[in-house]
Design a protein around this ligand. Structure first.
Ligand code: SF4
Length: 387
């Protein structure tokens, strides 16, 4: 199984961001860490009661910006994880970080806590683009943070990038890709900006597409990503993720392969025991239940999470297909049969034949994968697997 731990705090809200995150006083941060550790203990007990000792293959500390809080807090959270669960000796322990929030001292503590992979949110190497996004850092801040991380011994680093940003040109995006690949990170994630409702960007840009790169430019940036990263030795293993060989993010691959995970913390969602559920996104309620709730952990966990949705057989098959096909290695017929006791062709034969005929899927030795063209219009192709 895998664990996701949510730290919902940021120095300041970026203008495009609709994640569950925001700034908070040190007092709230302290309370939250205490509450989170309580939840981790309860979840650990509940897993032991249900399944005995179950090993953890990856832990992902995300947010928000985990690196804005007291680093000792991260150490305490990781201690509680180790006391409450059984992480494998070689578990991948990733943490998200933002440039401008890292110091040598913090990085040393993260290493001591067992963090062995950093995911740094750069987004762009152009300072004007960063300012328009409302990011708190510049390219120079990022370089300083990246160097500190390398000096602290982090040898597995992801850099997050975004394209189709306001004011971005193909030339400036190319500059970002080239500057980033020169640094030789092990992993690069590259997503297009989505203007989400409820963000300042939505008010500013929705209804004004002329203020953003047009579709043709967006497509050029998209193609450029694969071209430049491919030439620099990164292989695309998922629609938006690139890695040096063997450096794929184990946690995310687990998600696409439907490995069970528990989400811990405010609003965190879980897929465990064939159920999907999510913790409350209301901070007062989260703190109330965890810090002043009754002594019965199981009852408190019930209060924290909403109604669990049982993933029925049909939903599970659909998820298997549209999550698994996001990976460029595709899905294996043998895994489908092992999971559902039914032949892949029997369930999806017509869809697979049609999409293969249209050149959107390719047959592999073990099953199917998206073709290059299929990746380009993946949303449309993946929707075809809804039963
Ligand atoms: S740092 Fe990340 S989580 Fe925080 S506001 Fe910016 S985009 Fe959102």
């Amino acid at each position: 199984m895998e664990l996701y731990i949510h730290i919902p705090f940021c120095a300041r809200k970026c203008l495009y961001c609709d994640f569950l995150s925001g700034s908070a006083s040190l007092e709230v941060q302290e309370k939250y860490l205490k509450a989170l550790r309580q939840e981790i203990r309860w979840r650990g007990e509940s897993v032991r009661e249900e399944k005995g000792e179950e090993t953890v293959s990856s832990v992902y500390i995300g947010g928000g910006t985990p690196t804005v809080i007291d680093p000792e807090g991260i150490c305490r959270v990781m201690e509680t994880v180790k006391e409450s669960f059984c992480p494998n000796a070689d578990a991948e322990i990733s943490m998200e970080a933002n440039p401008g929030t890292l110091t040598a001292e913090k990085l040393k503590l993260y290493r001591q806590a067992g963090v062995n992979r950093l995911s740094i949110g750069l987004q762009s190497a152009d300072d004007e683009e960063l300012a328009r996004l409302g990011r708190i850092h510049t390219w120079a801040d990022f370089i300083a943070s990246y160097r500190l991380a390398r000096e602290a011994g982090f040898d597995n680093i992801n850099i997050d990038l975004m394209s189709s940003l306001p004011g971005q040109t193909t030339a400036s995006y190319e500059g970002t890709l080239r500057r980033v690949t020169e640094l030789l990170p092990e992993h690069i994630s590259a997503y297009s900006l989505i203007v989400e409702e409820g963000t300042p960007f939505y008010n500013k840009y929705s209804g004004y597409p002329e203020l953003l790169p047009d579709e043709e430019e967006d497509r050029r940036m998209y193609a450029m990503t694969e071209e430049i990263l491919g030439a620099a030795g990164y292989h695309r293993y998922e629609i938006s993720n690139y890695a040096k060989p063997g450096r794929e993010c184990r946690h995310n691959v687990g998600y696409w392969r439907r490995v069970p995970y528990l989400g811990l913390g405010l609003g965190a969602s879980s897929f465990y025991g064939d159920k999907r559920f999510a913790n409350t996104a209301d901070m007062s309620r989260y703190l109330d239940v965890t810090l002043v709730g009754g002594a019965d952990g199981t009852e408190n966990l019930q209060k924290l999470q909403g109604t669990a949705e049982v993933v029925g057989r049909q939903d599970a098959m659909e998820e298997f297909m549209f999550l698994g096909l996001r990976l460029t290695a595709g899905i294996r017929a043998e895994d489908f049969a092992a999971c559902f006791g039914q032949d892949l062709e029997e369930v999806y034969g017509d869809t697979l034949a049609r999409l293969t005929g249209e050149g959107l899927l390719r047959r592999t030795e073990a099953g199917y994968r998206l073709s290059h063209r299929g990746i380009d219009i993946s949303n449309r192709v993946l929707a075809e697997f809804l039963l």
